[in-house]
Structure formats: structure tokens, C-alpha cells
Write a protein that binds this ligand. Structure first.
Ligand SMILES: [Zn+2]
Length: 199
């Protein structure tokens, strides 16, 4: 048993994804050894993130402004919306340099047989955007895995029900099945985007 402030920080770090109690322990003792300056830097960065970052109420990305820089950029095509699961996927698509439309971040995916959790994702918000704005194309850029597939099928049904004339497309095949968009290289993803198919 360590002193209480140490135990508390170990517990807090353990909540992070992929960090178990042993790694959390290593983080804490690293910080204790590295002195007050490094630790103050992390504390300040955390505080600034909490204070300054909010949700963009158009695309649901995390940003320091709402609408975010993407949503308020008039040079981007407002009639095409690329739907991604996570902010990191938006970043990956953006890095390809092949896309100049708008984005929508769902903040997660559905699991097969569990459409009930749809209400926790930003799906209603997407439907409202489609309802209120002139949208020509929705690109579904979700991971080529079971959850991504389930989510894309669900979204397709909802979009077609709401606006049957909207073109719904998907990334071209070429991304390995079960892979994670975030780790796709820019050239592969860029060409999957350019060669997207109607679904
Ligand atoms: Zn936005």
C-alpha cells in the first residue's frame, strides 16, 4: 500500500484505455522521480484541455470553438458529409488530402443486434443535419469490421427513409477487413476515398 495521493493517482491512470495497474504505477513513479516542472506541464495541459475543449454542435468533433474550424470553413463543400466513428478517424481522412467536404463524428459504433444504443451516438444529430441542409452525398467511412458494418447498414436505412434521393457511398474495398481506419496509411485510405462506391 502506497501513500494515499499515490494510490489515488494510480487508480486514476488505471481508468485509461490499455493502461493496467502496473503501467499506472510506472507512470506515477516516473512523475515523482522527474520532478515538479514536468509534472506541472502535464497538469497545465490537462487543465487547459478541460477548460478549452468543447463539442462542436454541428459535427460533434472536439474543438476549441463551436462551430469548429471545419464547420465554419466556407471553402469546404457543405453538400458532402463524411461520417466517421471517432475524431481520430476524421484526422486520418483529413491527412489524405483527398477530401474537402464536411464531417460528422458519431462518437462510437453500433454492435450487431444492439440498435438500442443508437440513441447514445450522434445519429439523431446527423439526421437533423440532413433534414435541415441541402446534402447531396453521405460518405460512410467507418472501420471495415463487424461493428462498422452494422452501423453503416443502420445509417443507410435511416438516411434512405428520411431522404431517398441522397447518394450514400462507402470507402472502396482495399482496406483489410477488420482493420482500424486510424491506422490506415494515407495512400490506401486516400484511394479508398477517391474510389468510393454507392452502397
Ligand atoms: Zn464541427
Amino acid at each position: 500500500m502506497y501513500a494515499e495521493p499515490i494510490e489515488n493517482l494510480i487508480k486514476a491512470f488505471s481508468k485509461l484505455p490499455t493502461v493496467g495497474p502496473r503501467t499506472a504505477e510506472r507512470f506515477v513513479f516516473y512523475l515523482l522521480r522527474s520532478g515538479k516542472k514536468d509534472t506541472a506541464e502535464i497538469t497545465l495541459a490537462l487543465k487547459n484541455m478541460i477548460d478549452e475543449i468543447k463539442s462542436c454542435e454541428v459535427c460533434w468533433d472536439f474543438s476549441n470553438a463551436s462551430p469548429c474550424t471545419f464547420c465554419s470553413d466556407t471553402k469546404r463543400n457543405p453538400k458532402t458529409i463524411c461520417v466517421v466513428a471517432q475524431p481520430q478517424d476524421r484526422e486520418t481522412v483529413e491527412r489524405t488530402g483527398e477530401y474537402t467536404g464536411q464531417y460528422h463524428i458519431l462518437r462510437g459504433t453500433l454492435k450487431p443486434g444492439d440498435e438500442g444504443i443508437a440513441r447514445f451516438l450522434k445519429i439523431n444529430e446527423l439526421m437533423n443535419r440532413i433534414q435541415k441542409n441541402k446534402v447531396d452525398e453521405i460518405i460512410l467511412a467507418l472501420n471495415p469490421d463487424l461493428n462498422g458494418e452494422t452501423t453503416m447498414m443502420y445509417l443507410e436505412r435511416q438516411i434512405k427513409k428520411l431522404k431517398p434521393d441522397i447518394k450514400v457511398t462507402r470507402l472502396a474495398r482495399g482496406l483489410p477487413m477488420g482493420s482500424d481506419l486510424q491506422y490506415a496509411d494515407e495512400i490506401t485510405l486516400g484511394s479508398a476515398l477517391k474510389n468510393r462506391m454507392s452502397s
